[in-house]
Write a protein that binds this ligand. Sequence first.
Ligand code: AMP
Length: 218
Amino acid sequence: MRLLLFGPPGVGKGTQAQLLSEEYGIPHISTGDMLRAAIATKSDLGVRAKAVMDTGHLVPDDIIIGIVREVLAGPEVRKGFILDGFPRTLPQAEALSGIFASFGIRNYRVVELEVDDEEVIRRLSQRLVCQNDGKVYSIEVDGVSADAPCPDCGGKLFQRDDDKEETVRNRLKVYHTTTAPVIHYYEGVGAIVKVDGSGSIDVVNREIKAMLRDMAKT
Ligand code: AMP
């Protein structure tokens, strides 16, 4: 299974990608997570990426395309993969088609998770991440609070800089202007299915898998 997962920030792509990765036994490739890992190590890439990410804008295409090309060349993605957060621009989508062609990859599925902007802002204002193991929590759903220990590992919970409301509004603007044409690109080249992302984690997960089963029949 090769899956491209789309949707605005906060729709639950990361959570769903993680679940599907465990269920299908294939790696979850999140460009956002890779950039955050680079930031944590204070590498050159990390320093450059942080400046861009903190404003809610996108890291330059050539950098991110290079990173993804390298990952997709690795042996761990042979059985399949879930791409979360890539491609986000038309040049990235075109580059990905080139990468797929060079590796002889013809079959992949595209799922777009949908939720409205106000719900995104509400959800992200509630999102906390563990500094230690990267687990994501919601203040209202999980009953956690900022600076409290992670229920799982005891690490400190914090709000991502780019989850602050002003940055989220920017990220949404970028999503609607830059990433929406990517959806049209996949509508043009093959099947893309849309899934309502406003339900609970379980409901959305079941819906995605049902859609994927239906797509497999066609
Ligand atoms: P995410 O965790 O997917 O919401 O990504 C967080 C941030 O990382 C985005 O707002 C961008 O600044 C950057 N980023 C992640 N993926 C990409 C990508 N494919 N292209 C450009 N920037 C990206």
